[in-house]
Design a protein around this ligand. Structure first.
Ligand code: GLC
Length: 713
């Protein structure tokens, strides 16, 4: 083991000879430092153990099931395509090996830089023990310290680098569905949004748009005149965001396949031949994204889409997902043939059934193909969690080269490090209330792992959604940077207008409200880019006390808001714990009202046709007029609500919404300060945003007295 220091808060310990992942940035100074975490090795695996007192909590692990506090569950960190996120599932699509352990009142952060399987038993088998098993001997453990949990997170973000920043239009509302089969279907969606007066920023195109599921192709038959179509929509402020999958169809004459073979870009099997797996198009090869030349080659393919006017893409199936491989299908078929005419008892029958039922994403597939990094050959299993990350890095480099401005990019598979290149959606959730609750709980741990452009399939991907669930889900999702309604083929349609006039009306209003919130969401995003930390924060990271320790169904957003969404059916309200006095805000396109609520347990009445949240004391919160898309979003008459007893300040960050100027610190900044005086409020404005002409404020104090103010800028 070799130890090193990165800075006063981060020490590291290298075991064996880890592969370079590109996740950690910055210099390391090798130096003998006291061991802050003990690692034991046995039979090729490595083990870390923590004792937990009854009150210690564990946070982090990114995209995963479970609560904000990860105790009481077992997790596997191994990017996996599994469309049914039942209670007993242990892994989802990402590998986010950053976590924080509380030991009495001292918390410490850990990051395990290792690209293969790690398991975490967080007080699951034994309530007071936290056991980590690393499936290898070559890895680095980073120990991150800080004065508070929030501080530890900021210190971690400093070593993994700043997150991807989408263009401003990426913060609009997007509609998606697997099953918009033709251009006409897409046109109908666009027209219906218009007809129903519902704002729309763009439509995600699922694999229906492709010719035979071939990446970088458009079906001539179903999407004829695609370029013109995409231009017509874009001129109206509506973007198309097509999907790209990891597997390349094996087909003579298909240019990507042929170039891939010729350039030796595909991963190889044991015999040195391109590995054959099956995904959507049937048999495919996988590009070897671990190779720089392949990343450059694949990245250049996105030109096909940018030439069609595309400025956003979603990368999918990049765990990589495998439906079956030739060997396993053959074994299953042979077993079925051998069973013909036999009288199978229960266990032989189960064995046979499993051969087909569990044929997807088998562990052994990932041992059947190889990557070479720095001259050393690895199975995919050994580097598994880097695959989606590097596919997305490739896409990001390609899109940046083609567009020379910001683009929307999200990926399903991920590992920490990929946050520099794209956002993520949380994969194939279901139209279940429990998944709305999961969405709420997962937001802080995604931020902890560095991902900010995040959102779930609103309304639920699998299963049949309904108007109530969709509306309640929207009441949460309108706060997430990525806002997309997406569903699977075969399920009922769940567009905002799919459930009758009443629900259409509620959703229209919510989407318009989303546009009113964009100045704040965007500003908080840019601030987080600059400063690190969390956009979504568990209450207990900021407040102290028994009541907040386990409060997992409320969230702080930015420094200003507290969200308390409804995640149960037939609810007309819920209990909310206020760690301090806050203002309940009822937010509407016509009217925004405020009422100060006492500290402690409160009942919040929250009907389906409302949008409610809390504004913290001595805070100001900006918003603007509704809009049909970001292109037409105006900040000229910026509004603020404030709950101010002494003084409050908000600094609104904004920029041109599309350039990389932010990397050089080019922002428009508007600092607004409200100071309570004997006569009312003194307002100070310091503004560099040319779009803002007037600022009006509605301010409330703890006596529930409301004062309106207006400032010309
Ligand atoms: C995967 C994606 C899902 C998509 C489907 C078809 O399941 O996660 O979002 O709709 O593939 O492309």
């Amino acid at each position: 083991m070799k130890s090193f220091i990165m800075n006063e808060n981060v020490t590291g310990y290298i075991y064996g000879s880890p592969v370079k992942t590109g996740i950690i940035l910055g210099e390391t100074t090798f130096k003998e430092v006291p061991l802050k975490v003990e690692v034991k090795a046995e039979a090729g695996h490595s083990f870390i153990h923590f004792d937990l007192t009854q009150r210690d909590r564990v946070f982090g692990l990114g995209v995963n099931l479970g609560g904000m506090n990860k105790r009481g569950r077992y997790y596997r960190s191994y990017c996996t395509d599994d469309a049914l996120h039942h209670e007993d599932k242990t892994t989802l699509y990402g590998a986010h090996n950053f976590f924080i352990v509380e030991d009495d009142d001292v918390s410490t952060g850990y990051f395990i830089e290792f690209p293969s399987m790690i398991t975490y038993d967080v007080g699951f088998r034994r309530i007071d023990e936290f056991d980590i098993e690393i499936y290898g001997e070559d890895f680095t453990v980073y120990v991150i310290e800080g004065e508070s949990i929030k501080d530890i997170i900021v210190n971690f973000h400093k070593i993994i680098g700043k997150p991807y920043v989408p263009p401003k239009w990426g913060f609009g509302f997007f509609q998606s569905r697997w099953g918009y089969e033709t251009q006409n279907d897409v046109m109908n969606v666009y027209n219906t949004f218009k007809e129903k007066d519902i704002p729309l920023e763009g439509i995600y195109l699922d694999l229906d748009y492709m010719e035979d599921f071939k990446d970088f192709s458009v079906s001539e038959e179903r999407f004829k005149g695609f370029k013109k179509f995409s231009k017509t929509l874009k001129d109206d402020g509506v973007r198309l965001i097509p999907i790209i999958d990891a597997g390349i169809k094996i087909e003579e004459g298909y240019n990507i396949y042929e170039e891939g073979i010729e350039g030796n870009h595909f991963v190889l099997d044991e015999e040195g031949k391109p590995y054959v797996a099956a995904v959507w198009p049937g048999k495919v090869h996988f590009p070897d994204f671990l190779k720089e030349e392949t990343r450059a080659w694949f990245g250049d393919q996105y030109k096909f889409l940018t030439d069609l006017g595309i400025e956003g893409v979603w990368n999918d199936m990049n765990e990589p997902a495998i439906f079956y491989d030739e060997k396993s299908l053959e074994e299953a078929v042979d077993a079925a043939i051998a069973a013909k005419g036999k009288n199978l008892g229960v266990f032989p029958f189960f064995d046979l059934k499993d051969k087909f039922q569990n044929i997807g994403n088998k562990d052994e597939y990932y041992r059947r193909f190889f990557h070479t990094v720095d001259g050393k050959r690895y199975t995919n299993e050994e580097l598994h969690n880097l695959y989606g990350y590097y596919m997305t890095k490739s896409a990001s480099l390609g899109l940046k080269k083609q567009l020379e401005k910001r683009f929307v990019l999200i990926s399903r598979a991920s590992s920490i490090g990929m946050h520099k290149y794209s956002g993520i959606w949380t994969g194939d959730n279901s139209s279940w209330w429990s998944h709305l609750e999961l969405n709420l709980k997962m937001l802080p741990s995604l931020n902890m792992s560095g991902f900010y452009y995040i959102g779930a399939d609103t309304g639920g991907f699998g299963g049949n959604s309904n108007g109530e669930l969709l509306t309640r889900w929207m009441q949460l999702s309108i706060f997430t940077p990525l806002l997309r309604n997406h569903s699977a083929i075969g399920c009922v349609n769940q567009e905002p207008y799919a459930f009758g006039e009443k629900i259409t009306g509620f959703n229209r209003e919510l989407i318009k409200e989303r546009y009113m919130l964009i100045p704040y969401i965007y500003s908080e995003y840019l601030k987080n880019w600059e400063k690190g930390g969390l956009m979504f924060t568990p209450l207990s990271f900021e407040f102290w006390g028994e009541e907040v320790m386990g409060a997992e169904d409320q969230l702080l957003m930015g420094n200003e808001l507290m969200l308390a969404p409804i995640y149960k059916s037939n609810a007309r309200g819920r209990y909310v714990y206020l760690p301090e006095k806050m203002t309940e805000v009822s937010f509407g396109t016509d009217e925004v009202t405020m009422r100060v609520e006492k500290e402690g347990l409160n009942h919040l009445s929250y009907e389906l046709d409302e949008l409610k949240f809390y504004l913290r004391r001595n805070r100001l919160f900006p918003y603007t007029k509704p809009s049909m898309n970001v292109k037409n979003l105006l900040l000229d008459e910026l509004k603020f609500i404030g709950y101010v007893d002494e003084e409050a300040e908000y600094e609104l960050y904004d920029d041109d919404g599309e350039s990389f100027g932010y990397e050089e610190g080019i922002f428009f900044k508007t600092k607004v300060k409200a100071i309570k005086t004997e006569e009312g409020y003194d307002i100070q404005v310091d503004n560099t945003n040319p779009n803002i002409k007037k600022i009006s404020l509605t301010l409330i104090d703890s006596e529930n007295e409301i004062i309106e103010k207006e400032v010309q800028v």
